[in-house]
Design a protein around this ligand. Structure first.
Ligand code: GLN
Ligand code: ZN
Length: 767
């Protein structure tokens, strides 16, 4: 794997492999360990077996560069922090065994030795994976304190497999750390570069050939200081490499700000993302590439589940070859973001499955691409022909009527009339709600009986009528409870829903569901995103009967409850044969039909949740509008622009990290937005005021992620803070997210206090 320059031998590389186990074995073992049902040794055994099978699978597929240390019990960023002793005192002070200190950082610890919360968790760039944010304080003594990468390298070697250890790069680590003291990234350059150098020395001794430093931070907008930091770090690290070759791996975009600098440095390989990196090829074309380095070309998508288009990939590879570049065929990012294998999918027919490649199948793709690329003339090869055929005849995914409907969308349909200011007056008259109206976000506790009712129906143990009778009883109880508590705008409780996207996906045409296609979201949590197979449409109303029934039980307004098109798209595996914009518009039209049906059936307030709108914001600010907001916001408007002036449209968002896109949020043109604010110290209020936010707002008054019952004075304090920035006429009072994960008792108490606080605040205001 050390080609002479100009030899142009083709290799294959995987940047990282899934690690939770094909049947989520690691998840189940870890959770047992948490409950003290198995020992640490037993957990280690599960981990070892998962690593072994991943390596062997890659080896058997003929992968040349196989990663190690991509395994993690919880998260790789956390692993790196622990490796370098970046462990806040509150955790090391617990004096627990190392594995338990690690889990204490990941999940918090409550027990004989103390009571500490977990480190913060953040979304990993533009994925649905979350990493733990390590903390550095002025006392942190950075040193090489762990052995995980070395142990795993040795473990693979003992199995006869030479691996390429993967470590979070020094730059990305320093950029993503939280600094709790006075020192900042620049103050740690020497220490951090020192431990990375030491790491290289150790790997030299062990006989490692290549090391992969993951530097995804490079795909973001970088400042001059950022680049200076990068250079300073690698000025020290690179001279320590000795016999070990270094692959600088980037992913999730292109490295336009750093490309020229990076090819001039002494890296042996550079990993570039040709899938999400829109400018990657252009960068290579304009600036060239050096013959003494390997280009690890990320051409097999690590984030989506469709088969690779060999024709396109091979022509890209031959373009690189023609430039004399020594290329390694690789994944665009770690395969952590796709499910394990198609082998466990028994319900979907082969006609569908042949279009997909999960992690294991992507290994075959890499190997086939290597063979085809090496062969020179590949057009007559069977593997090539089979692949090409897949893209020529995809069946039952096109729906002409949906296509036509989308093509007929004209500008006018994006504008709801009359304008907000006029609607606000009309709606105040229609609903006659008190000042500071109270409401909830939609779901009520999903108690065991609610879940077992759904499961029993799904497994055909009860018939549809029994299922409906049960849910109606739940709805009736929920409505009665809300009336008793004294809330102003009620909800039906969402007892029929397992998940806010799956529920709609299951009823929409064009969606496919898998059985075992789990993807890690954080720690032991996995999600199973549905697949958008074809054109999306709605054949019949999806929520109307529940909402209408709920409305018959009360004279207060009952909110219809829907998930918005951007969230439905963002939490699914999207199509690659049409644009995400077109797919989202198709979904938007289906939800629009549902909105209009709810309205027609007497539902006067309709909430369209866009919980995940913020999270797919492009990594580079310069792309925010053109790549995303320019269609995401119109897609939402498309959903509700057809309703009457007196119908009130609500929306809800989970993370209030949208301070920087406030104007875009206002532009969604909803009548009311509720969002999560209680955990962010209400910072967002300032920017609402600065931006003269027009939409009425309900910044959640308490945190539903904790079982704690907020007191009346606490809620009033929050309200008073809000009233410093928000016009009282526009303020709503609500929890900060759905209540489905909470218990009944704490929910009832919390909501009672919420209503009481709103009432007291009203009296004060009127006085
Ligand atoms: N209406 C949904 C609920 O209450 C919203 C969920 C969410 O924001 N994640 O559960
Ligand atoms: Zn939410």
């Amino acid at each position: 794997m050390n080609p002479k320059s100009g030899s142009q031998v083709v290799f294959t590389s995987v940047s990282g492999y899934p690690r939770v186990g094909a049947l989520r074995e690691l998840k189940f073992s870890t959770e047992k360990y948490f409950k003290k049902e198995i020992s640490a040794a037993a957990l280690q055994e599960t981990a070892k077996a998962i690593r072994k099978s991943g390596w062997q699978c890659q080896k058997n597929s003929g992968i040349d560069f196989i990663p190690s240390n991509d395994f993690s019990f919880y998260d790789n960023m956390l692993d790196t922090a622990v490796l370098f002793n970046i462990i806040p005192k509150r955790y090391s002070g617990l004096a627990l065994p190392p594995l338990d200190t690690y889990f204490a950082m990941a999940r918090g610890y409550q027990g004989k030795k103390g009571d500490v919360k977990a480190l913060a968790m953040k979304k990993w760039f533009n994925t649905n994976y979350h990493y733990m944010v390590p903390e550095m304080d002025d006392e942190t003594g950075v040193k090489l304190a762990g052995a995980k990468p070395f142990d795993e390298y040795k473990e693979a070697k003992e199995l006869g497999i030479q691996t390429k250890p993967v470590i979070t790069g020094a730059f990305t680590l320093l950029k993503l750390l939280r600094y709790t003291g006075k020192k900042t990234a620049a103050d740690y350059v020497k220490d951090i570069a020192g431990v990375y150098s030491e790491l290289l020395t150790r790997f030299n001794k062990l006989g490692a050939e290549w090391i992969q430093f993951d530097e995804p931070y490079l795909v973001q907008d970088l400042t001059e200081q950022d680049m200076a930091l990068f250079e300073r770090l690698y000025e020290t690290i690179l001279p320590a490499k000795n016999h070990v070759k270094i692959l600088l791996q980037t992913y999730f975009g292109d490295i336009r700000d750093a490309y020229r600098k990076i090819i001039s440095l002494d890296f042996d390989g550079i990993g570039l993302d040709f899938i999400e990196g829109k400018q990657t090829l252009d960068l290579v074309n304009r600036n060239g590439f050096t013959q003494d380095k390997l280009l690890f070309a990320g051409v097999v998508n690590g984030k989506n589940i469709w088969r690779n288009h060999y024709g396109k990939t091979l022509s890209l590879l031959s373009e690189l070859k023609n430039k004399g570049i020594n290329t390694v065929i690789g994944t665009s990012c770690s395969l952590l973001h796709v499910p394990y294998t198609l082998k466990n999918e028994n319900k979907l027919s082969g006609e569908y499955l042949k279009h997909f490649a999960f992690a294991e199948e992507k290994l075959t793709e890499l190997a086939e691409l290597k063979m085809l690329a090496g062969a020179g003339e590949y057009h007559n090869a069977d593997t090539f022909k089979t692949n090409t055929a897949l893209f020529q005849n995809r069946t039952n995914c096109y729906d002409q009527s949906v296509r036509e409907r989308v093509s007929k969308i004209n500008e006018k349909i994006f504008t709801r009339l009359p304008a907000f200011a006029e609607r606000e007056i009309i709606q105040k008259k229609t609903f006659k709600l008190p000042l500071f109206p109270t409401t909830t976000i939609g779901s009520f506790p999903q108690t065991a009986d609610v879940k077992s009712n759904r499961n029993a129906f799904k497994n055909k143990q009860i018939n549809e009528e029994q299922y409906i009778v049960f849910n109606r009883r739940k709805i009736a109880e929920c409505v009665a409870l809300q009336e008793k508590i004294g809330l102003d705008v009620l909800v039906h409780g969402e007892f029929e829903r397992n998940d806010m996207v799956e529920y709609f996906g299951e009823q929409l045409n064009g969606y496919l569901f898998t059985e075992k296609a789990w993807v890690q979201s954080y720690g032991t949590r996995c999600v199973k995103p549905p697949i958008i197979w074809g054109d999306v449409s709605r054949s019949q109303p999806m929520t109307v009967k529940w909402s209408v029934y709920a409305q018959t039980l009360t004279s207060k307004p009952m909110k219809g409850m829907l998930t918005g098109p951007v969230t439905i798209l963002n939490w699914s595996f999207p199509r690659e044969d049409i644009s995400v914009k077109e797919s989202t518009y198709q979904i938007a039209l289906a939800i629009r039909d549902e909105v209009l049906d709810l309205e027609k059936n007497g539902i006067k307030i309709i909430q369209v949740d866009e919980a995940a709108l913020r999270e797919k914001l492009p990594l580079r600010k310069s792309d925010w509008n053109s790549e995303y907001l320019d269609w995401a916001i119109p897609a939402f408007r498309l959903v509700h622009s057809g309703v009457k002036a007196e119908t009130q449209i609500h929306t809800h968002m989970c993370y209030s990290e949208f301070t920087d896109i406030i104007p875009a949020i206002d532009n969604m043109d909803a009548d009311v937005i509720t969002f999560e604010a209680s955990r962010s110290d209400l910072q967002i209020l300032n920017s609402l005021k600065e931006n003269n936010f027009k939409t009425e707002v309900g910044p959640g008054v308490y945190d539903i992620h904790s079982p704690r019952v907020p007191t009346v004075p606490e809620i009033k304090t929050a309200l008073n803070k809000m009233l410093e920035k928000i016009n009282p006429e526009k303020l709503w009072v609500n929890p900060d997210c759905g209540l489905k994960t909470r218990g009944v008792a704490e929910t009832t108490e919390s909501l009672k206090n919420l209503v009481q606080a709103a009432k007291e605040q009203r009296h004060q205001q009127i006085k």
